[in-house]
Design a protein around this ligand. Sequence first.
Ligand code: IVH
Length: 663
Amino acid sequence: MSKKRHEELKKVIAEHDYNYYVLDKPTITDYEYDQLFNELLKLEKSDKNLDLSDSPSQRVGGKVLDSFKKVPHRIPMLSLSNSYSPEDIFEFDERIKKFLNTDKEVEYFCELKFDGLSMEIIYENGQLVRALTRGDGAVGEDVTENIKTIKSIPLKLKSSPEILEVRGEVLIFKKDFAELNETQQENGQQTFANPRNAAAGSMRQLDSSIAAARPLKFFGYALGLVEGKTFDTQEHIQEYFASHNIPTALKTNPDLVRLCKGPDAVVAYYHHIEKIRSSLPFDIDGIVIKVNSLRLQDDLGLVARSPRWATAAKFKPEQATTTVESIQIQVGRTGALTPVAIMNPVKVGGVTVTNATLHNQDEINRKDIRVGDTVIIQRAGDVIPEVVSVVLEKRPKNSKPFVMPTECPVCDSPVQKLEGEVVTRCVNPLCIAMVKESLKHFVARRAMNIDKVGDRLSETLVDQKLLTRFSDFYRLTKESILSLDRQGEKSAENIINSIENSKHPTLARFIFALGIRFVGEQTAKLLADHFVNIENFLKATEEQLLEVPEIGPKVAKSIGAWTADLRLVNEVNEMLELGVKITNPVRATEGALSGMSFLITGTLPVKRDDAKDVIEKNGGKILSSVSSKLSYLVVGDDPGSKVDKAQSLGVKIISWEELQKML
Ligand code: IVH
C-alpha cells in the first residue's frame, strides 16, 4: 500500500516541480506542496524498502564528497568554432555546401548560445544515473549529486531508450543571480562576477546541500550516446527533450529557436536574437548554427576538436563608457552598506543604465573608482551592471579616493566594520532601512511566502506606519489596507488571505524568515532538525548552537546575539499569540543514541544503509565528514583516512559490535 502511494507522490511532486521550476506556473500553493513533500518524507522514513532513486527527497543534497571522480565521456564533448561577425555566417554556409558538394540551400537549426557551464546528464532506462562536467572534453567530473538538486531536471523520464546522454548548459537566471549575490553580500560571503561564474562555482561544491541552495537551471541542446532510439534532425532532438520535460529553449519560448533555410535566414535570426538578448531572463553570448539533418552532420564530420556541421556566431559584449556622477550608499537587511555608482545614463545592450553596484570599500579600492571618473561598465547578466575598469587618462585632476561614511546615511548611527569582513554595517537594529529590508525578506517566497505583499507594498506599509515589525503583519486588517492609496476591496482581501495562509510555516522556514545574519535556508533547516521546536531554539546557548552540525562560532554568535535580544524574542511570542502555528515535519527521534552523531567508514558486517537506519531509529544523527563535533566514528574493515583524522581530533572510534552494545 505504501509503495503505491509512494510512487504516486513521487509522480505528483515531479509534476509540481515541473510546473514550478520549468513552466513557472505552480498549480498549488507552497503550503500544499510542503504537505505532499512531508507525506513523502514520512513514508520514506517508515518504510525502508521504498525506491528512493528517483524520489524528490533526494534533491535536497547533503552528501559531501572528498573529491569529484573523473569519468570519461563515452563520446567526446566537442567545442564550437566561432566568430564575432554575421558575415562569417555566409562563409560557414559556403564551406558546408562545398563539402556536401551541393548548391541547394541547406537547412540550419539555429539556437541560443547559453553562457553557462556545459554538462552531460546520463539517463539509463529513464533513470538519471550520472552527470558529468565537460572537463577537457574527453574526461569529465562526476557531479551527479549536485545535478540532482536542480529541480527542473527530471530524475526519471516518462519513457526512454536504454541510454540517453543529454547535453546542455547549467546556468543561473539574471534575476536569481542578483538575489544570490545580494544574499552572499549580506552574509559577508564572496560575491560572483557573473551568473556563469556563480553556476560554475556552485557545481564545484563538494557539499551538495550548497548546490541545492543555489538557483541553478538547465537547458538541453544536444545528444551524447544514445542506445535504443534514433533521431533524424536537430529539431527532432529539441522536440524530444521538450516532450520529456527536459528543459529546452524551445519549450521556454518556441520563438527562441528557428529552422532557417539558407544563410540569409540565419543572419536574420542572429539580428533578431541580438535585439531581444537583453530581455532574456538568462545570459547568452551568441547563437549556435547547426546543420539540421543528422545524416548530413555525419557526412560533414569534424575538423580538429570541433564539428564541421556547427558554428557559433557570438555577440559583442554589452559594454559602454560613461561617467560616475556620485556614489550613494544603500543599507540592506543586515545593515550592510553597499556603495552604488550613480552614472550619467547610458545604453548598454538596449537598456538604459544609471546605477552600478560597487560592492564594498575593498572593491572600490581595487578598481580605484572615484566620483568624476570615466568608467567602462558591463551588464553582467545582472540587471544592475558592474564597473569593469576606470579610464585613468580621463580622470579629473582634483579627484579623491572614495571613503565609506562613518555614519549610517539613513539613521545616522555610527557604522562598524569588523576585522576580516569586507562589509561595513549599520548596527542599529531599528534603522528604518533595515526594518524595510527585513520585512521584505520575511514575506519572501522561501520564507513566510506572503506572496500578495511584494517589496512595494512592504515599503508603503512601513512608510504609512502600519508595519514596523514582523508581528504587525498579523495585526493588519482589511480596513487598514483599504486606507492605503490604490487598494481595492478585492486586492485587500487577497492580501489578508495571503497573510492568513502564511500562518503555518515549518520551523525551518520560520527561522529563515527571521533574517538572522548568517542563517540561510540550509542553516535554518539544520537548526530546525536539531532544536525541534521554536522554544528550544530561542533558549539555545552558544554551546548548544555549536553542537548543531556545520554551525561554527561565527554563526552561533550571530544567533546568540539575536535570541538574547528580548525585543526580538518577544516578536516571536507575539506572532505565536496572533495565531502563527509552527510545524516541524521532520521530528528528531528519541532513543539510546539521541544527541550523538555518527559517521561510518570501512565495510561493516551489515549493509551501510541498514547500519545508518539503526543509528537514526535510535535517535542518532549521521554526519557526512569527520569534525570535532562528531561523537563516534564507526569503523569496519579496510577503513580509509577518516580514522587518522578522527584520531587527530580525539573523536571516539568504535566498532559495529561496540555500537550495538550501546543500544
Ligand atoms: S552544441 C559540438 N548548442 O558552447 C558542440 N553548444 O564552444 C556541441 N553551448 O561547450 C555543443 N549553447 O557549452 C551547443 N545551443 C548550444 C549551446 C552550446 C552553449 C556551449 C557549450 C559548448 C560550447 C561550444
